[in-house]
Ligand binder design. Structure first.
Ligand code: AMP
Length: 432
């Protein structure tokens, strides 16, 4: 038995995690409702996978040279010495579930979405955490560029619905197993000639993961790669046609895009289309989501050959940016419609009964459960920003009445108890 003796009495959250409190949770609820509705409109069903997976699921798919696998996985051994990981991303476990649950027999395309919690051992900084959330969507069973276009349109649809107006779509094709290897060799040769000018991480990446050097954010590396070979010029005929058809579909959907030859994305399983959507609604550009095509992953994880494409959107950043948009968000209110103040504990039973009736009629109602008296109860009602304070004292009860105070209008009247509901309905105790 481990010794769990408490050494310190100070309890703090673990580094890189955060608490989401009710004031922020209502923004999450709003965003999630938009995400769920959009997913359903585009034909995506929700999938929920376990919080931890066997380590091979990620090592095999995400790639044993990616930062996620080499540096960031929360890897642990359970009591039976199994190697497990807290999921660092969504796609690999969804592919695992797709194969394991024989979803390949379903009519194609199969469309799945998730809203999930992930863990990466990253250096915590603004907007980047060790525990974070993503919404993502995956489309299985079509390699047609029309599916890339439809998936990208879903991204834009969601972000516009949420109120983002100035969106930038960055697009690239990173080729396939036919055209990427010769390009990779050329790139390695180029990068070797620049090794002195690259950051430490990139100089180590040259041989193992040279494409990653292209999207290193370090300005020193960005300067060093000027003149590097460009993937688009090395695409095979099929990849070239795929990329150009995707662009045509986007043009027809009036989705503007920026071809970005340096966009490669960090994960090994991508091929052909990769993309990111950025918002410039708040001045500088912030990436909201990223995705790409992964036509070989399902087969490499034991399923039949199944082309696929997906994306993931970081929800912490989304919520942070949503809060800064100029227009107010349509959020569920946290304030009670009614707060019942009582003279003494003698009115508690009646207060509980009235509150129950009001809640059944969709009025958010709270009670001074500690029976602190009418004056204190009123003060609490005001602090809680209630619309109405209902006051119940011995006098009201003897007359079968309740005194109701409209806290915004500062008006007050006594009415028969049985009139309470019609009164609220008529006074526009509006239900948001
Ligand atoms: P990725 O899974 O790395 O392609 O990232 C997709 C999105 O998830 C990014 O655009 C980020 O917004 C978000 N994201 C990735 N890592 C983190 C993290 N450690 N903390 C918060 N958000 C993250």
């Amino acid at each position: 038995m481990r010794d769990f003796t408490i050494l310190s009495m100070k309890y703090t959250k673990s580094i890189g995690t955060r608490d989401i409190l009710p004031e922020e949770a209502v923004i999450w609820e709003y965003a999630l409702s938009v995400l769920r509705e959009a997913s359903s409109l585009y034909g995506y069903g929700e999938i929920r996978t376990p919080a931890f997976e066997n380590a091979e699921v990620f090592i095999h798919s995400v790639g044993d040279t990616s930062d996620i696998v080499t540096k960031e996985m929360y890897l642990f051994q359970d009591k039976s010495e199994r190697q497990l990981v807290l999921k660092p991303e969504g796609t690999a476990s969804i592919v695992r579930a797709y194969v394991e649950n024989h979803y390949h027999v379903k009519p194609k395309p199969v469309k799945l979405y998730y809203i999930d919690t992930f863990h990466r051992y990253e250096r915590p900084q603004k907007g980047r955490y060790r525990e974070f959330h993503q919404y993502g969507a995956e489309l299985f069973g079509s390699q047609e560029p029309s599916s890339d276009a439809e998936l990208i349109e879903l991204c834009i649809f969601i972000l516009k619905k949420l109120g983002f107006q100035h969106l930038v779509l960055d697009l690239n094709s990173i080729g396939c197993k036919i055209c990427r290897p010769p390009f990779r060799e050329k790139l390695i040769a180029f990068l070797r000639s620049k090794v002195q000018q690259l950051c430490k991480d990139c100089s180590e990446r040259i041989e193992k993961n040279p494409l990653r050097v292209l999207d290193c954010k370090n300005p020193i590396c960005q300067a060093a790669i000027v003149g590097a070979p460009c993937m688009e010029e090395h695409l095979c005929e099929d990849c070239k046609a795929h990329y150009s058809e995707l662009q045509k579909y986007l043009d027809h959907l009036q989705i503007s895009y920026r071809k970005n030859p340096l966009l490669v994305r960090g994960l090994d399983y991508y091929q052909r289309t990769v993309f990111e959507v950025l918002s410039s609604d708040l001045g500088s550009q912030s990436a909201l989501l990223g995705g790409g095509r992964y036509d070989e992953l399902v087969e490499s994880m034991g399923g039949p050959a199944t082309p696929a494409i997906g994306f993931a959107m970081g929800l912490e950043r989304l919520i942070m940016l949503l809060q800064q948009l100029p227009d107010p968000l349509p959020l569920q209110s946290l304030h009670p419609h009614c707060f019942i103040a009582i003279e003494s504990s003698q009115q508690l039973t009646l207060a509980l009964q009235i509150a129950s009736l009001l809640r059944q009629n969709r009025y958010r109602t709270e009670i001074d459960l500690e029976a602190k008296g009418i004056k204190k109860g009123l003060e609490i009602a005001i602090k809680k920003n209630a619309s109405f304070a209902l006051m119940l004292g011995s006098q009201e009860i003897s007359l079968d009445q309740v005194t109701i105070k409209d806290l915004a209008q500062r008006t007050q009247e006594s009415i028969p108890l049985k009139e309470l509901l019609p009164y609220l309905n008529q006074r526009g105790g509006t239900i948001e």
